[in-house]
Design a protein around this ligand. Structure first.
Ligand code: XLS
Ligand code: NI
Ligand code: NI
Length: 436
């Protein structure tokens, strides 16, 4: 019996459609900048929020109506849920999904029982992938929910927690490979500190570096050649997370020799918690050649936590798509909806409304970004703005032929700099609005 009997496959109806369960902008086979929208966007549904989120918050219990759940933590229930997840993704037309090990299968009384539970559900995931053609964007291990990880996983003061986490990631890498996962994510759920008085920061960071190198070694050993992704977030659950923003992650990867196999998975709500815009984080990561994937959501700027809302703002999606196009696309990463419906949106149908809205907002952002790029006005303005670096003294500085003495001679001779020109910020902001 289908879990969503009242929903047919969501289709593209075009910009004039008033059907909330239709795409107005996402036309998956339509080609933009030489690639289908489907290949540009590589949409992915997350297992944790969408199929495990129950709507509870620190003040109240779960609210979600999920008729397919039998209320137990059994493997059978988890297997049935996996089939429901694929029905949902198929009807939505999402080509990818992502999970934590503990989202898909229940923990048992021992590590071996837990691994067996995981295998039993992975069997169903594999069947469903083969049946539907939906692929795994990435797998990851949940090393933050269980109390054993209260002090962190690889950064715990307790060496056994490191060992347990290693066993968990080993298994999750095997499963990710088995399911043809294209990436593997590390988000450092409790890899940070609450208090510096009880923390040996250097030792913790060294351990985290060691952990990730061990993961790379094991991936090489079993022939998993997907991209490793580290996902920056500045705080929550800990006061300070070591993977705090893109720059901190990149410095970490360089310090521990990990840039060959790792890239970054940038999440909008994490960027804003770090005091950056998503566009900033993408531009920073992109020019470093380390842009791997994105977690698509949005925060609420009035609230200081990771609200993980579905993105619907065209301005935001346009900025994101401008960056993804600029840096050559997001593949083999994707646009992964790490977002949850509000606890007041408790009906199964709301899961469709949320994803359709998010996918359409990104599709619109892609279209807008592509037309801005086709016109080239922004690009030309920036190029012109930096023209002093293309010839003469600018070119000599960039190529490394001008030293301090040469620059002094140049300036003594010239006396004063070329007149500065306006940055035209307001004109450009107005220009961007023309496309929206
Ligand atoms: C939490 C993170 C998490 C990662 C996967 O804030 O976004 O969901 O994406 O562990
Ligand atoms: Ni998040
Ligand atoms: Ni995330």
């Amino acid at each position: 019996m289908p879990a969503f009997p009242e929903i047919d496959k969501i289709t593209y109806e075009g910009p004039n459609s008033k059907n909330p369960l239709a795409y107005r902008w996402y036309n998956e086979d339509e080609v933009i900048e030489g690639k289908s929208m489907k290949d540009h966007l590589r949409f992915s549904v997350v297992y944790w929020h969408t199929f495990r989120g129950n709507g509870s918050d620190p003040f109240g219990m779960g609210t979600m109506i999920r008729p397919w759940e039998d209320g137990t933590d059994s493997v059978e229930n988890a297997q049935n849920r996996a089939r429901v997840a694929f029905e949902f993704m198929e009807k939505l037309g999402a080509p990818y999904y992502a999970f934590h090990d503990r989202d898909v299968a229940p923990e048992g009384n021992s590590l071996s029982e837990t691994n067996a539970n995981f295998d039993a559900v992975v069997k169903v995931l594999k069947e469903e992938q083969e049946r539907s053609g939906i692929k795994l964007l990435w797998g990851t291990a949940n090393m933050f929910s269980n109390p054993r990880f209260m002090h962190g996983a690889s950064t715990s003061c307790n060496a056994d927690a490191f060992a347990f986490a290693a066993a968990q990631v080993k298994k999750c890498l095997e499963v990710t490979k088995e399911l043809g996962g294209q990436n593997y994510v590390f988000w450092g759920g409790r890899e940070g500190y609450q208090c510096l008085f009880n923390t040996d920061m250097q030792r913790e960071l060294d351990h985290m570096g060691r952990f990730m190198n061990l993961a790379v070694d094991y991936a090489n050993e079993i022939g998993f050649d997907g991209t490793f992704l580290i996902e920056p977030k500045p705080k929550e659950p800990t006061k300070h997370q070591y993977d705090s923003d893109a720059a901190a992650c990149i410095n970490f990867l360089r310090a521990y020799g990990l840039t060959e196999r790792f890239k970054l998975n940038i999440e909008t709500n994490h960027a804003t918690l770090a005091g950056h815009t998503m566009m900033h984080e993408l531009d920073y990561t992109g020019h470093q050649g380390l842009l791997g994937s994105i977690d698509a959501n949005t925060g609420d700027l009035m609230l200081g936590w990771d609200t993980d809302q579905f993105p619907t703002n065209f301005y935001l999606t346009t900025e994101i798509m401008l960056m993804l196009l600029k840096y050559g696309g997001v593949a083999p990463g994707g646009v992964n909806f790490d977002a949850k419906v509000r606890r007041e949106s408790f009906e199964p149908m709301d899961l469709f409304h949320a994803h359709v809205g998010g996918m359409d907002a990104f599709a619109r952002g892609l279209r807008i970004a592509a037309s801005m790029r086709a016109d080239g006005e922004l690009e030309n303005f920036v190029k012109q703005r930096y023209a002093s670096w293309d010839t003469g003294i600018g070119a000599e500085i960039e190529s490394g032929t001008a030293d301090f003495k040469a620059l002094e001679t140049y300036m003594l001779d010239k006396g004063e700099i070329e007149a500065n020109q306006s940055g035209r910020q307001e004109m450009l902001e107005h220009l961007v609005n023309r496309y929206l």
